[in-house]
Design a protein around this ligand. Sequence first.
Ligand SMILES: Cc1ncc(COP(=O)(O)O)c(C=O)c1O
Length: 457
Amino acid sequence: MNYYEDVLGLIGHTPLVKLNRLNKGLKPLILAKMENLNPGFSVKDRIGISMIEAAEREGLLKPGGTIVEATSGNTGIGLAIAASVKGYKCIFVMTDKASVEKSRYLKALGADVVITPVSAKHGTPDHYVSTARRIAAETPNSFYPDQYSHPANPEAHYRTTGPELWEQTEGKITHFVSGIGTGGTISGTGRYLKEKNPNIKIIGADPFGSIYKTYKETGKIPETTPYLVEGIGQEVLPGNAHMQYVDEVMNITDAESFDTARQLGRVEGIFCGGSTGTNCAAALRLAHDLDENAIIVFIVCDTGEHYLSKFHSDEWMKEKRLLEPQKITAGLICDTKGARSPKSLVVVAPGDRVADALAKMNELGLTQIPVLEDGESVGSLRENHLLSTVFNDRDLLEGPVSKVMEKGFPTVDVDTEVNVVTRKLRTSPAVLIEEYGRITGIITRYDVLDTTGADVN
Ligand SMILES: Cc1ncc(COP(=O)(O)O)c(C=O)c1O
């Protein structure tokens, strides 16, 4: 028989996957370390069990004990998985920046979750780390791992991630790229790889607004500014960030991180979180200046599932103004129309009574409506034109729509870019959207103005 004793046996030994399309034109071999394939779908599974077993050995965690930790989510998941196998309780403190998927995930694993405001400054009572410390102090038989300083965090990567990369690349790895949150991944893996070959370059990928790049280059901690990527970057230097193993830190914007993470799914089939996008963007930038002898490995920190309501959602990206204008399509405009528009397409048929069509437009507050026959656009009604027509000949009210309709609105495919839609709206008050040969939506001039701020005229 072939089985694992428990789910913890699935942690680590994650494969490397070669990039084939995103790196087009670049010479180095670029490999993704698939930490999203851990049982909790992140790199943090490695440190969850590592910190728990260290605490058990040191007598800090006893049967029936409660684990309390401040986490952006993934460490919580790693701890919760190990805790559920071993029978411990968990309380996690997260900020309201962390995705709702992560807090639901933690609850599904049996943990209690406390949410604090992301705006609380480090050191103040509401900060998520201070809150976790306080809860730990108030909870009997509790253990506060503190991933930011616990030596078992970098040690897990020194013991497992580093050796795996060395073996998987047969010692040929030349560059290792990782985000820096607590610093555990880059410090432990970096130390191991440097001990094997001091020429291996260890590259930190850091969001603009975080301290690491400035700290590495000047030794000073700068003022931080907010950014949206989760799990990496810092406002203070954690004990586990051993920057002596890091050769260089690259700053990556939120827009580039999210765009790269989305591309990884679309062109490589690697469905990942935003910090993976940060790492991959840094790896690609690095590859520009390297030749075919370079072998770059970057960490796929976690799964995209945690961010379906965030950067993997076009609506969220648009709200944060992170979606490039050329990527706004007819379908997106239609999907994100304000609440004033009916959710499904409202149409009339050429044989409908004009009075009924007018009543429908009135009731729904529509100024124009398409006329469809057998799913084809055959005409349109515009309120102004229709009212003046029936005003002059009231008998038309009882007649069919076909008698009073104007020419049909033009049709565009759902993937048509906004500039094409805008051009059509110069000569027509609305365009219809076609999806797989079926008319599914309508865009008016107002919708485009509302979505893009575009100059329609
Ligand atoms: C999504 C994600 N990526 C990257 C990291 C950073 O890893 P480390 O804390 O080992 O520096 C974290 C840490 O919380 C994370 O949650």
